[in-house]
Every structure is written in structure tokens, then in C-alpha cells.
Design a protein around this ligand. Structure first.
Ligand code: ZN
Length: 136
């Protein structure tokens, strides 16, 4: 596996409207996009820190993955996303190494990226996303 950089860090929040001012006013970042990912039952807000982004995730449905996460663990760090190339091959590769996959196949995430998640049971508790930007 060759990871080029940390693409983003996903952070679960109860409300984008409440959380965005912290990132803008305290940390001095600029929210450059808000996007709903219906599939994942979330609304996302993006900030850039150098090459890496922060992705705030607000649940649009208490039964969705972020809704359940917040109910169980509260707000906070949700996942780390690494940028890779040839995502499909990478998934096959890590599966062969015994890593449990959440997504057998890449699917569309925010910002048009192809994404897939590895199961935190196989990654020492860190929900891990691999993503590939095919528009590059
Ligand atoms: Zn993500």
C-alpha cells in the first residue's frame, strides 16, 4: 500500500451550524463547501489545512451511521481517510491480508471521490477510509 497523504479527518458533530464557527473563528479556517451525502445520511462541511481536509459530519437521520455514532460515543473524531491510487486493487490487497472491509467495492463519497471503509475491528479501533480522486 502506498498512501500519498492524509486526505481528510472525519469529525462527527451534532450541528454544522454550531461547529463551523469554532473552526472558522477559533482555528481560523474557512469552510469552503457544504454538501449532503444522501447515501450516508449526512451533511458535510469541509475545511483545508494544508493538503489535508477536515470533514465535519452532521447526521440527517438518527438511524444513519453518524447518528448512531454520536448516540453511542458523542461528538468527536470519527475516521481518518488516506489518499490512494487504484482503490479497487488496494481493497483486494488489504482483504487478502485479512483486513475486514466495510465496503467491498468503492462507492461515491463527498467531493466526487471514490471511497471505501475498512472495519475498525481490523484497524485497532480507527475507522479507516481509503479514497481515490479519479478527477485528478
Ligand atoms: Zn470521510
Amino acid at each position: 500500500m502506498e498512501l500519498s497523504h492524509i486526505e481528510h479527518i472525519g469529525i462527527a458533530v451534532k450541528s454544522l451550524e454550531d461547529a463551523i464557527p469554532y473552526y472558522e473563528n477559533v482555528l481560523g479556517l474557512k469552510c469552503y463547501a457544504i454538501e449532503e451525502v444522501k447515501d450516508q445520511k449526512v451533511r458535510t462541511a469541509f475545511f483545508k489545512v494544508g493538503q489535508t481536509k477536515l470533514e465535519l459530519l452532521e447526521s440527517t437521520d438518527p438511524e444513519g451511521p453518524i447518528g448512531k455514532f454520536i448516540e453511542k460515543k458523542g461528538e468527536g473524531m470519527h475516521h481518518i481517510a488516506f489518499a490512494v491510487s487504484s482503490l479497487e486493487d488496494r481493497l483486494k490487497e488489504v482483504e487478502k491480508m485479512g483486513v475486514r472491509l466495510i465496503d467491498q467495492q468503492p462507492r461515491k463519497g463527498a467531493e466526487g471521490l471514490d471511497i471505501a471503509f475498512l472495519h475498525p475491528k481490523s484497524t485497532f479501533g480507527v475507522l479507516t477510509e481509503l479514497c481515490e480522486d479519479k478527477n485528478k
